[in-house]
Design a protein around this ligand. Structure first.
Ligand code: GRF
Length: 203
């Protein structure tokens, strides 16, 4: 039902699988992505589409889409997928393309979010599941988890507490999508049944 795209470790993929989300396939742009091994160990089909073998982003995205289409997914979920997707790819999948990002968007798009949150002195940090648009780490917000920043936090400690919440919110958001409960209007997502779109992690 869903195809997950990974580039690395794959802990969000694992959380999705363990939550019982039906994952049809896992595709990576890197043959050494830990997420591929997680999927293979559970008998989930895996594919590698190496970006290095494609001359342009357009070529890579076309090859990626061709692999995705073999599985005819209802949803494509980016889970630590470290490639910027082309507008054509986003236009094709946009209303069924999710990403998880380790900050409370629209704050801190891009990399090194935990270091940047600490440097900015924010007192609340967190993570976001959002629909993907052509703008990096931007798009209608499905679900967020807020994580208090503690006085003694360094980036690894904060990252670990945020990651724990990523593993809570990603499966929940995907389930909402698959249940047909997400309504998108004017760039804002509503959940039929009014489930809370914010998780408050304990301090
Ligand atoms: C997560 O922090 C996710 O939010 C970000 O990349 C990281 C991927 O981690 N987009 P993992 O591969 O799911 O463990």
């Amino acid at each position: 039902m869903i195809v997950v795209l990974v580039s690395g470790r794959g802990s969000n993929l694992q959380a999705l699988i363990e939550a019982g989300v039906p994952v049809s396939a896992v595709i990576s742009n890197r043959a050494d992505a830990g997420g591929l091994a997680i999927a293979a160990a559970r008998g989930i089909p895996t594919r590698v589409v190496e970006h290095r073998r494609h001359a342009t982003r357009e070529d890579f995205d076309a090859a990626l889409a061709a692999e995705i289409e073999h599985f005819a997914p209802r949803l494509v979920a980016l889970a630590g997928f470290m490639r910027v997707l082309t507008p054509a790819f986003v236009a094709r999948y946009g209303e069924r393309l999710f990403n998880i990002h380790p900050s409370l968007l629209p704050a801190f798009p891009g990399l090194h979010t935990h270091e940047r949150a600490l440097a900015a002195g924010v007192k609340v940090h967190g993570c976001t599941v959002h629909f993907v648009t052509a703008q990096l780490d931007h798009g209608p917000i499905v679900l967020q988890a807020a994580v208090p920043v503690r006085g003694g936090d360094d980036a690894p400690a904060l990252a670990a507490r945020v990651l724990e919440q990523e593993h809570v919110i990603y499966p929940r958001a995907v389930r909402w999508f698959l249940e047909g409960r997400l309504v998108l209007g004017n760039g804002v997502v509503h959940v039929k049944g009014n489930d809370a779109q914010l998780v408050l992690a304990a301090g």
